[in-house]
Design a protein around this ligand. Structure first.
Ligand SMILES: [Fe+2]
Length: 310
């Protein structure tokens, strides 16, 4: 385990917030910049009012008996819980636990990463109740292979995927592996993954079709060449057994109740083991980034020599 591969935050704590409030705005900007260059921000204790009661309830459920999808998900905008059905009282209690987590993380992040607040798009929160070690999932869905996140149903159009995780497990760490920075992965593999082909196949007709689909609200439409490439790159890295076996790896062990924040579209990650994590996702539009030159779409545009986002 190497703790130097995350940046431990010690100047923001729950419940008081910034330890030196007058420096809050400049610290917030500094942390946005750190995340954008690929750092993982680490808090030993949740930096928001975490409900231990909710946590205990989630841990006490017999998840194997509740009918479930890959994860339980919660959509903050519409207050909708998905991925679990069965006992109505238990479902309502799970719903309120995810609502509380989501609400508190959003409140926290609007102070801690204030340059992004009010500009982000709130995405899902999720609860991950299954042991990650030894999960039997199809290749492209495996969490234990290094990958960059890309959402088939929610193109970001150059925006970035920011995630806040909390390890709810009272006894076991959540174990990740990471590898080198986005730019070096892109320089090594973007060509083989089809960047040039995707960039060159962009056309006014395709744009019109995607834009039309987006306006109609069709799931997954509105993709730019960047979105098409990132979906392909996700699969390419998981399919590439030589890369998976041979790339340099750093192991990170997030202890019980640790909370961490990371742009998962820029930091390649694999979840090796761990059970019971909560998570809230934010989409940060390109215009809100403090260091847009570091954004994956800009790095890829430099490699491809043409725009990938429109
Ligand atoms: Fe992921």
């Amino acid at each position: 385990m190497s703790e130097s591969h995350w940046l431990e935050v010690e100047d923001y704590k729950s419940p008081e917030g910034w330890t030196q409030p007058e420096e809050g705005p400049s610290r917030a900007r500094g942390y946005c910049a750190a995340l954008e260059r690929g750092e993982i921000l680490f808090f030993r204790q949740p930096p928001f009012a975490f409900s231990q009661e909710d946590g205990d309830f989630l841990l006490s459920q017999h998840w194997a008996e509740l009918r479930m999808h890959k994860n339980v998900s919660y959509r903050p905008g519409d207050d909708i819980l998905r991925g679990v059905s069965g006992d109505a009282a238990a479902t309502a209690r799970i719903h309120s636990a995810l609502r509380n987590y989501s609400t508190r993380v959003i409140e926290f992040l609007s102070k801690f990463l204030s340059p992004y607040a009010d500009r982000w798009i709130l995405d899902f929160a999720s609860f991950r109740p299954f042991e990650e070690d030894g999960r039997d999932l199809p290749l492209h869905k495996r969490n234990d292979l290094l990958h960059l996140d890309a959402f088939p149903s929610r193109p970001t159009r150059g925006g970035r995927i920011l995630r806040v995780f909390t390890n709810l497990n009272p006894a076991k760490p959540r174990v990740w592996q990471t590898t080198g920075p986005f730019e070096s992965l892109a320089r090594q593999f973007a060509e083989d993954a089809g960047l040039r082909r995707i960039a060159e196949s962009d056309s006014p007709f395709k744009r019109t079709v995607q834009e039309w689909g987006r306006r109609m609200g069709i799931r997954g439409m509105g993709r730019t060449p960047y979105d098409v490439f990132m979906l392909r790159f996700h699969d390419f890295l998981k399919e590439n057994s030589r890369f998976q076996a041979g790339c340099p790896k750093v192991q990170l062990e997030f202890p019980p109740l640790a909370t961490w924040i990371v742009f998962t579209d820029g930091v390649a990650h694999a979840v090796m083991s761990g059970q019971y994590a909560l998570e809230q996702t934010f989409l940060i539009p390109p215009g809100a980034l403090v260091a847009p030159d570091r954004a994956p779409y800009r790095i890829l545009e430099n490699i491809a020599g043409r725009p990938l986002v429109h």
